[in-house]
Structure formats: C-alpha cells, structure tokens
Design a protein around this ligand. Sequence first.
Ligand SMILES: Cc1cc2nc3c(=O)[nH]c(=O)nc-3n(C[C@H](O)[C@H](O)[C@H](O)COP(=O)(O)O)c2cc1C
Length: 192
Amino acid sequence: MKNLVTLNNAYRLLNHGPTVLVTSAHDSQRNIMAAAWNMPLDFDPPKVAIVIDKNTHTRELMEASGSFAINVPCRAQAEMVVRVGNCSGRELLGKSPDNKLAAFDIPTFPAREISAPLIEGCVAWLECRIIPEPHIQNTYDLFVAEVVAAQADERVFTDDRWHFEGHDELRTVHHVAGGAFMSIGDAFKIGT
Ligand SMILES: Cc1cc2nc3c(=O)[nH]c(=O)nc-3n(C[C@H](O)[C@H](O)[C@H](O)COP(=O)(O)O)c2cc1C
C-alpha cells in the first residue's frame, strides 16, 4: 500500500538532509539561523546551494558581506537549532545583547577565510562565498556559493568519511517539520 502525500508536505519526503546553522557577519553585526534547505552542488570548485528567505536578517548580512558559513550541528545542539530558527536577529538590534549568539550564549571561533563566526560544538563547518545569481536569489530565495574552506570534527569525520559509532550526541540532525527531527543512523557500505 502507498499513501498519497499532500503536495504541500511533499518536501518532507526529502527534508532529512542535515539541518544546518547559517552564520553571517557584516560590520559589527553577527547572526545565526537554522536552515534545512541546503545541498551540495558541485565538486570542483566546490559549490553549495541554500534557501534563505527574504525576511531573514541573515540574508541582509549575507548580501552585504558576500559570504556566510554553514555550521553542521549535532544532536546535543538540537534545542539551540530550534531556538535560533524561531526568532530573528533583527528583533535584537539596538538592544543588549544585540545578537542571537550573545543572547543564547553560543560560543564561536573565527573562520579562516570569511568574517562570519563559526559555532563551537558543531561537527563540520563550510565557509562560503556567494556567487551572485540575482534571478534565482530574488525568485526562489536560493543562493549558490563556493566553499572556500571546510573543517570537521575528527572524532566523527576522518579520511573524508563520517563515522558516528560511539558518538550518539555528535550525530547530525535532520528536521522533518514542526520540531520533529531524526538523527543520522547506521553507516553501511556497498562493495563494488
Ligand atoms: C529546523 C528549522 C529549519 C529551517 N530552515 C530554513 C531554511 O532552510 N531556509 C530559511 O530561509 N529559513 C529556515 N528556517 C527559518 C529561519 O531559521 C528563521 O526564519 C530565523 O528566525 C531567521 O533568523 P534571522 O532573521 O535572524 O536571520 C528554519 C527554521 C527551523 C527551526
């Protein structure tokens, strides 16, 4: 038997790629938001695509700076992912603290190539420079970017492979909808 899936919810059939945290910075402003709609796009030069809504403060900082970081959070950070994805950094401007990173006490470290801060406790970090594509940005909220630096937590990523066994709290998180998440499951290999 097969269920018919409501078309509005068809995205949920694909939504369980890793949900990420997008960080951005411009002048003295820094920000963080959650983003489930992201994907790799090319090997060389490495590119990614990500959907960033027009109403977000993140988008303003991304467009002003031409860059952003994708931080890959883990299960231990899932609550923080939901928090930063449910409020806007814009609401904090002019207040104290004046950004979500400080308001939620989220530790960061400097990126290698861009101004956006990277989030401590994540398991991977991709520093991205936007490749301007005004039509798809305006029409679909879709940003294409080149990855200019990447790092990963060696406890769960070495020799270009993920290995989460023994590190359940470091498993990546995958948002389905409405606060329902899955964490990444067992690895398996097909011999060729
Ligand atoms: C789990 C989760 C996933 C989300 N995925 C996206 C996404 O892919 N693209 C997007 O534009 N907003 C997404 N959001 C919403 C933004 O994170 C949200 O609008 C945020 O408040 C924007 O913050 P800002 O205005 O400080 O940039 C997501 C929210 C959650 C909780």
